[in-house]
Design a protein around this ligand. Structure first.
Ligand code: ATP
Ligand code: MG
Length: 425
């Protein structure tokens, strides 16, 4: 291949020259160039470096075909069918190297296949750098940086848009979002991550084409779910997704009133996730999904304001199944989510020796954190969180004392003994 083209070279900003790119990614670019091909760092790593954010992964783009790339790098593998590219490995790093692509000119080209709604199903026509640029989603994602020559290729004013902090589509967003509806989620995600405005035509396209997200595979939607909700901007993204009317494609939740427990609880869980990530603590999609779906589970399991246990346990499976049709939540999280939910009941009842067993339950910590979040959002907490905080802290005689005073405080009819989720009434 190796068709050279003239790229407009913008004056490379100092911040980019001084950015720390992965030495391995730079080595890959060098090797491609030594083999007579073009090679650029592209996408998120260039964009983030220009914005002053530490890049998290590095993508390389080249005019070498996957087979040619494969030949140059011994530790590499061709992957993907819809979008063929090459993974090049070092001992502790993986770099995605993709071949420049072009939009197919002929309707019947078998390397680009679209469905009836215009969605691209297969996309493997090679092209030039310029053609590759046009196919990227937003101008800020279409910056190509050659770290050897220190030059930046910018065909769509990406640099200017970074300076103006605005997200601009490459081409008509109505068509671009038809080709790939996930771009509307990406627009929202980047605007939260970078604190950029979304240009008006992109906003309009999200409103008009958001419904096409229903056609995206649940596996791809789960990937997006994680990028949206597990990268420090969950709360911002949640509010934006809701205001654009596309939250329902990611979360099986009803819309709740501004000051309701349900919405406050969802918000508390999202803020908690963001704070944990900012403090470099671990997060799991299981916990957040359990929280986002909790109001629906409780709402569907109540009868005349009282929780119906049979319904509660039956609804657990149904609600996970419904979420599954939206996002392919890996199996390993299903049990985890159900454990957190059912432990909420046990944390409240605290009968007999149960509390000792619960303390040793592998999901106790998650369930306890979940309870604290419920309390954070609820008006009347009944001191349950405090009780469990104490119960963990004190020694055996202290535990016996806590259980005794709990028993004494519970006199009256059975249904009055437990305030089963009154916060949701
Ligand atoms: P981040 O990795 O921070 O999520 P990113 O921009 O690197 O952001 P990736 O999904 O890693 O996002 O994609 C790398 C690049 O590939 C993007 O910058 C963009 O140029 C292009 N790209 C990715 N997904 C799409 C898409 N759906 N439509 C058009 N271009 C895309
Ligand atoms: Mg990336």
């Amino acid at each position: 291949m190796n068709k050279k083209n003239k790229a407009p070279t913008t004056k490379t900003p100092k911040i980019l020259k001084e950015s720390k790119f992965s030495p391995f990614a730079i080595e890959i670019v060098k090797k491609l160039k030594r083999s007579g091909f073009q090679g650029y760092l592209v996408g998120g790593c260039v964009r983030d470096s220009l914005v002053g954010i530490k890049a998290k992964d590095f993508d390389v783009s080249t005019d070498a075909t996957p087979e040619e790339i494969r030949k140059i790098f011994r530790s590499s593998r061709i992957i993907g069918k819809r979008f063929r590219l090459v993974h090049v490995f070092s001992r502790n790093e993986l770099i995605e190297v993709s071949t420049f692509r072009a939009n197919a000119k002929e309707e019947n080209n078998s390397e680009v296949i679209k469905d009836a709604e215009g969605k691209i199903l297969r996309d493997n026509v090679w092209g030039t750098l310029e053609e590759d640029c046009i196919r990227r989603d937003f101008s800020i994602n279409a910056l190509y940086f050659d770290p050897i020559e220190n030059h930046l290729c910018d065909f769509h004013n990406g640099l200017q848009h970074i300076q103006k902090k605005i997200l601009v589509s490459i081409g008509n967003p109505l068509i671009r979002f038809e080709e790939d509806p996930v771009r509307s989620l990406r627009a929202i995600r980047f605007s939260s991550k970078l604190k950029f405005k979304i240009s008006n035509d992109v906003k309009e396209a999200i409103y008009q084409k958001g419904h096409l997200l229903a056609n995206i595979s649940n596996a791809r939607m789960f990937d997006e779910f994680c990028k949206i909700f597990l990268t420090k901007n969950a709360f911002d993204n949640f509010k934006k997704l809701d205001s654009f009317g596309v939250l329902k494609y990611l979360v099986n939740s009803d819309g709740y009133e501004e000051n309701s427990f349900s919405l406050k609880f969802q918000h508390a869980a999202l803020i908690n996730t963001d704070n944990r990530l900012k403090a470099s603590k671990s997060v799991t999609p299981g916990f957040l999904i359990a929280a986002l779906l909790w109001p629906r589970l409780i709402g569907a399991s109540k009868e005349k304001g009282v929780l119906n246990l049979r319904k509660f346990f039956r609804n657990m499976d149904r609600i996970i199944r419904e979420q599954q049709t939206l996002t392919a939540v890996p199996r390993k999280f299903h049990g985890y989510i159900k454990d957190i939910w059912s432990l909420q009941l046990k944390l409240e009842t605290r009968l007999g020796h149960q509390p000792y067993k619960i303390l040793n339950h592998p999901r106790f910590r998650a369930a306890y954190d979940f309870l604290l979040l419920r309390e954070e959002a609820a008006e009347d907490t009944q001191g349950m969180g405090d009780w469990w905080t104490q119960f963990q802290k004190v020694n055996r005689p202290g535990k016996i004392e806590l259980l005794k005073s709990l028993r004494e405080s519970r006199s009256g009819p059975v249904e009055k003994k437990f305030g089963f989720f009154e916060e949701l009434s």
